[in-house]
Design a protein around this ligand. Structure first.
Ligand SMILES: [Zn+2]
Length: 223
């Protein structure tokens, strides 16, 4: 029994239940000391069990444990962990609303506090790059090399979020999709009112870190 891996498997199944991935789409990982556990290639999160998740050295990329191939997008996980010592978990999903909104040329813009507090100002919207390629992994690594970047949109593909824990990374994915859902519906009935720079600055003054902890504590209490 491994707590980090168990938490990862549970979060991955919640992504399926929430409709944020289908089939064998998406991939998730969690850091374990100098290594990481990553979801296996070709499995739905609903079916993948602990023995299917390979353990890989972050520094060398070598598979240390497991008989199954890692996700084909293993490079973006490895390279991000190498540049972000604060990151312990990554979630890559294919959320429908975010994909719909962003492939139509919109960028996610903060409408409600939780989204802004969890994702902050630096949410890059990367152009489409062929999935699973080192070129995509390099762009992801470059964007996450900014220490204030916790999530990004890959246009015509999906989202990637990171966190100090699996829960935090997963919650950021959900906050992005919730933001996209609200923004999409607001755009269909009128002109959305976004949080102004001033309103965001006031949220910054609240102490994002403190507020994040409060949200996480509430989430744990309600789960
Ligand atoms: Zn993908």
């Amino acid at each position: 029994m491994n707590t980090n891996l168990d938490e990862l498997i549970q979060a991955a199944r919640e992504l399926v239940d929430a409709g944020l991935v289908t089939g064998a789409g998406g991939n998730v990982s969690v850091r374990e000391g100098d290594d990481m556990w990553i979801s296996p290639s070709g499995f739905s999160f609903a079916d993948a069990r602990a023995e299917h998740y390979p353990r890989i050295s972050v520094s060398t990329g070598e598979v240390l444990e497991g008989d199954f191939r890692p996700s084909s997008e293993v490079l973006m996980h490895l390279w991000t962990y190498r540049v972000r010592s604060d990151v312990n978990a990554m979630v890559h999903a294919h959320p429908k609303m975010t994909n719909a909104l962003c492939c139509a040329g919109h960028d996610l813009q903060p409408i409600f506090a939780d989204y802004y507090v969890y994702l902050g100002k630096n949410v890059p919207h990367l152009p489409y790059v062929t999935v699973t390629t080192p070129e995509l992994a390099r762009l992801v690594e470059e964007a996450f090399s900014s220490p204030d970047c916790y999530g990004m949109v890959l246009r015509n593909h999906g989202t990637i979020t990171v966190g100090s824990s699996v829960k935090e990374a997963a919650f950021r994915t959900m906050a992005m999709e919730e933001q996209a859902f609200i923004q999409y519906h607001a755009l269909t009935v009128g002109e959305p009112t976004y949080l102004s720079a001033d309103e965001c600055a006031k949220l910054d003054q609240l102490g994002s870190e403190e507020y994040r902890r409060k949200l996480l504590a509430e989430m744990r209490a309600s789960s």
